[in-house]
Design a protein around this ligand. Structure first.
Ligand code: BES
Ligand code: ZN
Length: 615
């Protein structure tokens, strides 16, 4: 963990953008499902900061670099690929021609590795339709380097173009606008798709999917894409998209990315959602059938401003992306739903999630700082609810302190205006806060900034949450916990009938904080509430964990079914951990992992191996 920063500005990147900066990317790719590689050329427009700069340093990971050349002259350039680091990959140093000209275009012929951490290649059998193979990428946080040699730091932003050749039975989509699709001129069994992303983006927002995809219109600027087996279900589930976009626009200003499409991925997609510009990627576990998990869409939509327009300059400032986005997500949900009481309920859920993480890691753990120092740290490993929920808590606190939504919402809008198309750190955010609220400097100085930014553990201020929507929920959970073996006659299926999804989540969260139930109590709760039949993945997840904590054997097959049917890390890792913690299921958990690891996403498989103490 100790050691030096790879580069002064970003501890996770070898690049030196202050010497020479990438300002545009042109990708020419061929997708090879047989070899499980992307093969092609990238053209990088680079700008030197002075004529004397004689090198360009790029990030790569497991790439096969065949040739580096100067596009204008066609001459080869000398290059050197450094030693492979398991987290950061290898540095690629290109020797630049000594030239007065500051701008040049560098071409690199290369291919990816079948083990590329950003790419998951699925065989036809692993898809819903079983007809065609499937490829998807997940570049955040630092996996873009395993797809394309680049300055893989969010401090650098660039527009990109791409031409992607695929076999004609599948289609390709990217985090960009599609400009053309045509039959390949040299091979009529292939098609070429062209894309353009005109707005400068960080490398982690490069994304591609290739598969047997269909779409449905869900709004004037939105389609939903998936395999045809789920596309109608998805169109129903995400039908609120346009209203969410409009709500976000009313808060933060115009949506500048033109198209906002959604893609529903295969079950192994490791996240709930990923804000790839023009095309948000989501897990199929959002398909609850009743639109009850649409908050994830509100979240990814919000990233179109917080994250994709104003970007954290490195992963130490990740809360700027996720804290603001979580804050906007809850504003949108509240405006489309039950207003401020709902926002407070969602905030309370978030506070609990944060508390769980801090309790598990210990309140002095580095990763519980809002602004941690991440030298030698794998961002996938440091990933947690902290940037989301401590970030949210700070903004929620400031909003209350400075005069409420009426004054704080204009600040957020001004913040976007000030920093859009740029990458910033926490101090730049704070300076802007001070300049916007220049008539409340005294109030701002009462904030314990040092504790908020750099102290580990829970935030220095405990928020007050409105209890309109939680009173009944807490009453019910208290009744269940009241005595050892309560009188079960008082409960009925109606108890939960009028609860919304966030209220049910709050109910289960509350039970999680109490002593584990007896087998008798938990099995009666199942008998009365029929929880195993619930499709909503957030509820199922919490219910299964409660059952495992109660060491109720009947739940074991349900738990394995849950972790084998989807690969969202937020769900799979805690359930595996619970199974591993219980002697009775420990060996079975390890064996189940061994059986399924080859179908898993490589990042998920890697983190689970650590959780199960296999690596
Ligand atoms: N950008 C994140 C996903 C991510 C973060 C991927 C870091 C890789 C590294 C995305 O916007 C996100 O936060 N997704 C959440 C949604 C939730 C908070 C509503 C998720 O996946 O659960
Ligand atoms: Zn996010």
């Amino acid at each position: 963990m100790a050691g030096e920063r790879l580069s002064p500005d970003d501890p996770a990147s070898y690049s030196r953008p202050s010497e020479c900066r990438i300002c545009k990317l042109d990708l020419v790719w061929e997708i090879d499902f047989n070899k499980k590689i992307i093969n092609g050329t990238v053209y990088l427009d680079a700008e030197k900061s002075s004529a004397s700069v004689n090198r360009l340093i790029l990030d790569t990971s497991m790439l096969d670099i065949r040739r580096v050349f100067c596009k204008e002259s066609g001459t080869n350039l000398q290059f050197e690929v450094g030693e492979h680091h398991p987290i950061f990959g290898s540095k690629l140093e290109v020797k630049l021609p000594s030239d007065e000209k500051l701008k040049l275009t560098i071409g690199i012929d290369y291919s990816t590795s079948p083990e590329s951490k950003a790419l998951q290649w699925l065989t036809p059998e692993q898809t819903a339709g079983k007809r065609q193979p499937y490829l998807f990428s997940q570049c955040q946080a630092i996996h873009a380097r395993s797809v394309v040699p680049c300055q893989d730091t969010p401090a650098v932003k660039f527009p990109y173009n791409a031409k992607v050749t695929v076999q004609k039975e599948v289609i390709a989509l990217m985090s960009a606008i599609q400009t053309e699709s045509s039959v390949c001129r040299s091979d009529s069994s292939k098609k070429v798709f062209s894309f353009q992303q005109k707005i400068p983006i960080p490398s982690y927002l490069i994304a591609i999917v290739v598969g047997d995809l269909e779409s449905r219109d869900i709004g004037p600027r939105s389609k939903v894409w998936s395999e045809k087996e789920m596309v109608d279900l998805a169109a129903f589930e995400f039908s609120e998209t346009e209203r969410m976009l409009q709500t976000a626009e009313s808060l933060l200003g115009p949506y500048v990315w033109q198209q906002y499409d959604l893609l529903v991925l295969p079950p192994s997609f490791p996240y709930g959602g990923m804000e790839n510009p023009c095309l948000t990627f989501v897990t199929p576990t959002l398909l609850a059938g009743d639109r009850s998990l649409a908050n994830v869409i509100a979240h990814e939509i919000s990233h179109s401003w917080t994250g994709n327009l104003v970007t954290n300059s490195n992963h130490e400032h990740f809360w700027l992306n996720e804290g603001h986005t979580t804050f906007m997500e809850r504003k949108i949900c509240a405006r489309l739903g039950s207003g401020e009481p709902l926002r407070h309920l969602l905030a309370m859920n978030g506070w609990r999630t944060l508390n769980d993480y801090v309790t598990r890691q210990g309140s002095d753990h580095l990763y519980t700082k809002l602004v941690p120092t991440l030298i030698g740290v794998d961002p996938d490993d440091a990933f947690s609810s902290v940037p989301y929920e401590k970030g949210f808590a700070l903004l929620f606190y400031l909003e209350g302190l400075l005069g409420g939504p009426k004054v704080f919402e204009p600040f957020l809008r001004a913040y976007i205006n000030e920093f859009r198309f740029r990458s910033i750190n926490s101090n730049q955010w704070k300076s802007f806060l001070y300049s916007f609220f220049h008539d409340q400097v005294g109030t701002l100085n009462s904030v314990d900034w040092d504790a908020w930014f750099y102290s580990p553990g829970m935030p220095p201020i405990n928020p007050q949450f409105d209890s309109t929507l939680t009173r009944e929920v807490h009453q019910l959970s208290e009744n269940w916990c009241a005595t050892g073996e309560v009188d079960l006659g008082q409960f009925s299926p109606n108890d939960l009938a009028n609860f919304s999804t966030p209220q049910k989540i709050e109910f289960l969260n509350e039970l999680m904080l109490q002593e584990p139930f007896s087998t008798n109590k938990i099995s009666n709760m199942e008998r009365i509430y029929n929880m195993f039949s619930v499709k909503n993945s957030e509820i199922r997840f919490r219910w299964l964990r409660l059952c495992l904590r109660a060491e109720w054997v009947d739940a074991i097959p349900h738990a394995f079914e849950f972790i084998n049917s989807q690969g969202r890390m937020k769900f799979v890792r805690p359930v595996y951990r619970d199974l591993y913690a219980w002697d009775r299921t420990r060996d079975q958990a390890v064996q189940n992992y061994r059986e399924h690891q080859h179908e898993m996403h490589s990042v998920t498989a890697g983190l689970l191996a650590r959780d199960l103490e296999l690596s």
